[in-house]
Design a protein around this ligand. Structure first.
Ligand code: ATP
Ligand code: MG
Length: 323
């Protein structure tokens, strides 16, 4: 089983949207996919319309009460299974404080279902705490979604340091395999500049033994698309909600790429979407639609940050990679 964590401690960059739609596309392409929601906000579970059963078990039970993971995994679409989250997960970190080996509970649980699925994709919370450590211990690949806005790379070093630490202490197989540009806006030079900065950073690491030395920027970016922001409030993937939009085309191409089709390419703009994109403001307001029950708790500051006005194109951009 291929095991991927979608990780960025910055809030609102497109992690959950990526997990939902890449996994749905892979399932439609015939792969057997397990998704795990490691975020107490439970956006993945909500987005997939799987939050209605109050008795459903999920990650919390697996981490804290020895529940057999096989009993907590639920089928939610053809070829797609979910280990869901609930707000209880907020307490897991404190409940496990005295537990020996608490970083590897999920990894051990996942081992026991290795043979049932082709791919595991984990949606991480916007933090680098115990839940994220459990995710990193359970996978061998990390995909980092990045929203190419002002200060997009702030905190990037810290994220990579965390991956390095987990690799050296807990999980030697861990690698950063890819960076995915989300909410990409080709009308601003900022998006392309951030992408070039990251490519350069990765190139500089090629000869090193860093866990990101083989990472690549996925050659398909996810365009800003209002349909992707609307789909969560309907509990639907983009392929159910609006299969003809740019968002569906982009995620399908990314899934094909991850599925081994290195010739997958960026689809051209749909006429309707292109017109819609032209009407959308460059600000991120539209991106905050959806995610019913959004608590905006831990990532409150991050949301403010993602809403910071984008600098105009002629202003020098401070996008150097920082802690
Ligand atoms: P968090 O850190 O809170 O878990 P996240 O990184 O998982 O956030 P998402 O929830 O996937 O980010 O996306 C943040 C918001 O942006 C959501 O409202 C989502 O619907 C919207 N969004 C994601 N991708 C796009 C896109 N390509 N175009 C427009 N809106 C998008
Ligand atoms: Mg999320």
């Amino acid at each position: 089983m291929r095991k991927i964590a979608v990780l960025n401690q910055k809030g609102g960059v497109g992690k959950t949207t990526t997990v939902v739609n890449v996994s749905a596309a892979l399932a439609l392409q015939g792969r057997r996919v397990l998704v795990i929601d490691m975020d107490p906000q439970a956006h993945l579970t909500i987005h997939l319309g799987a939050d209605q059963d109050p008795d459903a078990m999920g990650v919390y039970e697996v981490l804290t009460s020895n529940t057999n993971i096989a009993e907590a995994i639920r089928p939610i679409r053809e070829n797609l299974w979910l280990l869901g989250a609930s707000i209880d997960l907020v307490g897991a970190e404190t409940e496990l404080i005295n537990e020996v080996g608490r970083e590897t509970i999920l990894a051990q649980a996942v081992e026991s279902v290795q043979n049932r699925f082709d791919i595991l994709i984990i949606d991480c919370p916007p933090s680098l705490g115990l839940l994220t450590l459990n995710a990193l211990a359970a996978v061998n690949e990390v995909i980092i979604p990045i929203q190419p806005h002002f200060l997009a790379l702030q905190g990037f070093s810290r994220l990579l340091q965390t991956v390095t630490l987990v690799k050296s202490r807990i999980n030697p197989a861990l690698q950063v395999s890819a960076i995915l540009m989300c909410m990409f806006d080709s009308r601003t030079s900022l998006s392309s500049e951030v992408r070039e900065d990251i490519k350069q950073f990765l190139e500089n690491a090629r000869e090193s033994d860093q866990p990101w030395s083989q990472a690549q920027v996925i050659p398909i970016h996810i365009r800003r698309n209002i349909k992707l922001a609307e789909a969560p409030s309907h509990g639907q993937t983009i392929f159910e909600y609006e299969p003809q939009c740019n968002g569906a085309a982009d995620y399908e191409a990314v899934a094909s790429f991850l599925n081994g089709n290195k010739d997958a390419v960026q689809a051209p703009d749909e006429t309707e979407d292109a017109a819609e994109a032209a009407n959308e403001s460059v600000s991120d307001d539209s991106a905050q639609v959806g995610a019913p029950g959004s608590t905006q708790t831990s990532d409150n500051n991050e949301i403010k940050e993602t809403n910071a006005p984008a600098p105009s194109d002629d202003v020098p951009i401070n996008n150097s990679i920082t802690n």
